[in-house]
Design a binder for this molecule. Structure first.
Ligand code: GAR
Length: 232
């Protein structure tokens, strides 16, 4: 079966909206991948829920439209999510990419974007959902840690995992050194997953995650060795 026969061009994502809350290093990695032609897509908008998010600077520097929706100015989570959905839809995105977007989303929001909503989480899911993943991995004596990219479902950090990147845990790691190593891996992982979605290699069909047309039995693993990465 040819690429064209497997997935019609119209179904292949090309327009990306990225949501951030902070530093935006994953946004930076996605921008770089687009600009270098490794990722056949366009980031059409960046949205932050924090006016002081450092990542907004990446958007400005690369000429990408950005907007701030300060969640503190909304009376409820529902009101914020309703406005956020409206702003996102104005960009007509094929994929909505959560890149360090530190907000719990309402089920109504998630339902609206199901199948085009991606998140990156700093652990090898299903281990360590939620916060403080690096400290918890160290406390448990993990020898291997990492990051996961998954489709978002209403269950927090519980949606189908597309791909993971594994990193070794060093004996003298602190949460900060481990976080830095995981982030380096994230910067390879996220662009690679989005590339596979944008090339049609991975699809979300009938709520089933598929790779090359067949259901994915387990998360894909990024085939890169992060052993020799410095901690920061
Ligand atoms: C990333 O490490 C990402 O995995 C994490 O926030 C960081 C954002 O960094 N996301 C979560 O913890 C979501 N639960 P960045 O702003 O430099 O991309």
């Amino acid at each position: 079966m040819t690429e064209t026969a497997r997935q019609p061009a119209a179904a292949i994502p090309q327009r990306l909206v990225v949501l951030i809350s902070g530093r935006g290093s994953n946004l930076g990695a996605l921008i770089e991948a687009c600009e270098q032609g490794r990722l056949p897509a366009t980031i059409v908008g960046v949205i932050s829920n924090r006016p002081d998010a450092g990542g907004l600077e990446f958007a400005t520097r690369h000429g990408i439209p950005s907007q701030v929706l300060d969640h503190r100015t909304y009376p409820s989570r529902e009101a914020f999510d309703t406005d956020l959905a409206r702003v996102i839809e104005d960009y007509a995105p094929d994929l909505v990419i959560l890149a360090g977007f530190m907000r719990i989303l309402t089920p109504a929001f998630v339902d609206r974007f199901t199948g085009r909503l991606l998140n990156i989480h700093p652990s090898l899911l299903p281990k360590y959902r939620g916060l403080h993943t690096h400290a918890r991995a160290l406390a448990n004596g993990e020898r291997v840690h990492g990051a996961s990219v998954h489709f978002v479902t209403p269950e927090l950090d519980g949606g189908p995992v597309i791909m993971q990147a594994r990193v070794p845990v060093a004996p003298d790691d602190t949460p900060d050194t481990l976080a830095a190593r995981v982030q380096r891996a994230e910067h390879h992982l996220y662009p690679e997953v989005v590339r596979r979605l944008c090339s049609g290699e991975i699809q979300w069909a009938g709520r089933i995650l598929q790779a090359d047309g067949t259901p994915l039995p387990a998360p894909l693993q990024l085939d890169e060795d992060f052993d020799d990465l410095p901690a920061s």
